[in-house]
Design a protein around this ligand. Structure first.
Ligand code: FES
Length: 174
């Protein structure tokens, strides 16, 4: 662990925004113990900043009265918490067994052609990051993926490519 994990107490006061602290306190009403807030605090900081940096881990630890290593362990365990910067939209491509048998590799290859990225990479324009994920629960409609929290299934490379097109001017992306 780097020196960032040895911040003085009070680091959270200068690092976490008021909005972040207010959101954490709102969630705290549902949790009798502050250490149980760890995942919610990580999720809130990620909502505000896009990802969870070492600075954020140290600040959350300070705010909740936990060890930074404890918060870091939680943050790295959950694959929906990002410990590195990601694109504005994250593509979670399921590569578990059913999707693997029914064509997730072809989807992965098409994403590479369309966006120039493979697992763990972000497109040059900063729009998309591609990550693998275990079963999304859509096995009967495999292959499946999730883009920006929306599930898409029964995909083939062409229908996937259509999802990656920018929305027409003035229209919200589906
Ligand atoms: S294996 Fe991909 S959704 Fe279940």
């Amino acid at each position: 662990m780097s020196a960032i994990f040895a911040r003085d107490r009070g680091w959270s006061n200068s690092y976490l925004s008021q909005a972040e602290r207010e959101s954490i306190e709102q969630e705290a009403q549902a949790y009798p113990q502050r250490d149980a807030l760890c995942i919610e605090a990580l999720r809130i900081v990620q909502q505000h900043r896009g990802w969870v940096s070492d600075d954020s881990v140290a600040a959350i630890a300070d705010y909740l009265g936990l060890g930074a290593a404890q918060v870091d362990a939680v943050a790295t365990f959950y694959n929906l918490i990002f410990r590195q910067p990601v694109g504005r939209q994250v593509i979670y491509l399921c590569n578990s067994v059913t999707c693997w048998m029914l064509g997730c590799d072809a989807l992965r290859a098409r994403i590479g052609e369309e966006l120039g990225i493979d697992f763990g990479q972000t497109s040059a324009d900063g729009e998309y990051t591609l990550l693998p994920i275990t079963c999304l629960g859509d096995c009967d409609h495999a292959p499946a993926l999730m883009i920006a929290d929306r599930h898409h299934h029964d995909l083939d490379p062409d229908s996937l490519a259509a999802l990656l097109q920018p929305p027409a001017s003035g229209q919200a992306k589906e």
